[in-house]
Design a protein around this ligand. Sequence first.
Ligand code: GDP
Length: 331
Amino acid sequence: MQVVSYSIICLSLLYVGLSCGQPLQDQDREYVGFATLPNQVHRKSVKKGFEFTLMVVGESGLGKSTLVNSLFLTDLYKDRKVLNAEERLAQTVGITKNTVCIEEKGVKLKLNIVDTQGYGDTINNTDSYKCVSDYIDHQFEQYRRDEIGLNRKNIQDNRVHCCLYFISPFGHGLRPLDVECMRALQDKVNIIPVVAKSDGLTYDEVKKKKSRILSEIDKYRLKIYQFPDCDSDEDEEFRRQDMELKRSVPFAVIGSNMVVDVNGRRIRARLYPWGVVEVENQYHSDFVHLRNMLVRTHMQDLKDMTHDTHYESYRAQWLVLGRLDFISCTA
Ligand code: GDP
């Protein structure tokens, strides 16, 4: 009898000790603590910061730099020299990279913007996209070498995570150069097509252009970035937004470097004699959908696709084709 009561006392002491004076609930007794793992990962990633490389491809004057400035609320092209028509014809495609570090609520993002100046500007544009494709390959090659190098902990990831491909609003759908370029890049990078300067088109024209571009993408079997399916546990509102996002492709966009006062609101907009086109107004363009997708919802998926699909395919080709042959073909 004494032994039994002694063990009851011990057990209840342990019970009291564990629960700090509170009786333990069933779920608390089963709690080990690994539910905090996401928080640990979150804290570590925030401390390390994030990196993202966005490439913009399209002929000069389609509004690439204005859109990038509008997307990230920066002025990335302060020192850019705008070439005249003669200089543009004489120049070859040059790749420039601008980096900006932005911080929002303690989260740091190192954003690299790769611009393709001179793309599509010459009369013979056969090699325009070769330079872009080579650039992407070189970043993969650099990453591959760093990965097998000594200092793999601090690898600088310069791989291109996303390519915004600018389609002219003035032509009829895709031009041959667009088709060739997308075909050359489709297995190397996540391509997101955008219809540039869509404020020059009416609502119906935008609709027609989008459907023509999509049917041409289908006809030429071009691979553009595929949005992942929604998880089954996502709520109704998230699903609706996701559907809307998918329906917006190719995004019809508008950019502006000008901030104007509209009814007491300071907004990025384009001023016309007949009114104001607001960059962030969903009824005026797909800018907000594009920004939400790039920054808020799909940035990590774009990075994962780059690493798991495009980079892996580069690495596999490198291994299969024989290292030296492959390096000489991509050099
Ligand atoms: P980039 O050469 O492709 O980088 O083009 P820029 O961003 O330098 O833009 C070229 C010109 O187009 C500038 O005068 C811009 O103000 C104008 N622009 C940029 N975005 C838009 C747009 O969405 N709509 C219109 N109508 N003009 C734009």
